[in-house]
Design a protein. Sequence first.
Length: 318
Amino acid sequence: MRYMYSLLFLILFSCQNKPKNEKVFEAEKGIIDTSYVWTKLLDSAEWRKNYNFQMFSQRDTIWVFHPDGTWFSTDGKRWTKSLLYNSINNLAFLDYVQFNGAIYGLGYFKGNIEQFEFKPEIFKTTDFKKWETISKTSNLPKRFFYHPFIFDDKIWIIGGEDKDNKFSDIWNSADGITWIKQKENLPLGKRSGSQVVMLNNTLYLLDNDVWSSTDALNWQKISHEIVKGEQIYGYSAQVFDNEIWLIGCNRNGQFSSQILSSNNGKKWLTHTAPWLPRGGIAATVHKNKIIMTGGKYGGTPNHPDFRYDNDVWTFEKK
């Protein structure tokens, strides 16, 4: 069944909570899709309510890498705290990355953007019980606010920033220790916070715009803006069911309880969800489901106070 909705209707209702049977809208055509469903697993998980941390799926286990440590579960309902501590320290600035059956901690960051301590230390765990410090003096670029990705059996970094500048270069490493600058002055310009995912042998760099590449070095812009006339940020990008999903979007300065999806990076659909509005969530794909937790809401003129979350949800095809 099809309904026609005006763009104004979509914007007015995008931040409201919706029933569990999720609906999907495309701003111009008003498509409704009920082929996916959200399920709440926990109202409150073991870890402190927070945002800007990470989740990983490793073999049959889900891992939460939180500022206060790591937790693991096989079903998303029963969680156990691991002995593995937070090696990076400030997860708002640097990321862990999953590579060749291990988790790598790229650098150490303590403080804030005005005053901080950065160390190019590289940590690695394969047993998820202890960290191995594989380098204390790597040449990891001294920067932050980038999201590493895996391509061609290497870890890659695009852009990022330091206290004074943003960057438009790309680096890679085969071991997390030795980093080689592959190209400067990428056409996407100086930027930080972009996420890169792989779908159907194509890399997609996601920000408010979208770029694609098949070799990580040569990029072309395929969309000037994900949603026409809106600024989109604060989401977690996941690949699931042969599509890219952006979860926990901030749209024009307003956090919302919605996600966006696309199978080509050009045409995006808006999906509403039953959880409270938020951004900065943690998510991963595990056993043919997206699992998510965490997030932050507030800091806007209409909602100056912050709310943090630690509920756990799954998203799957019916």
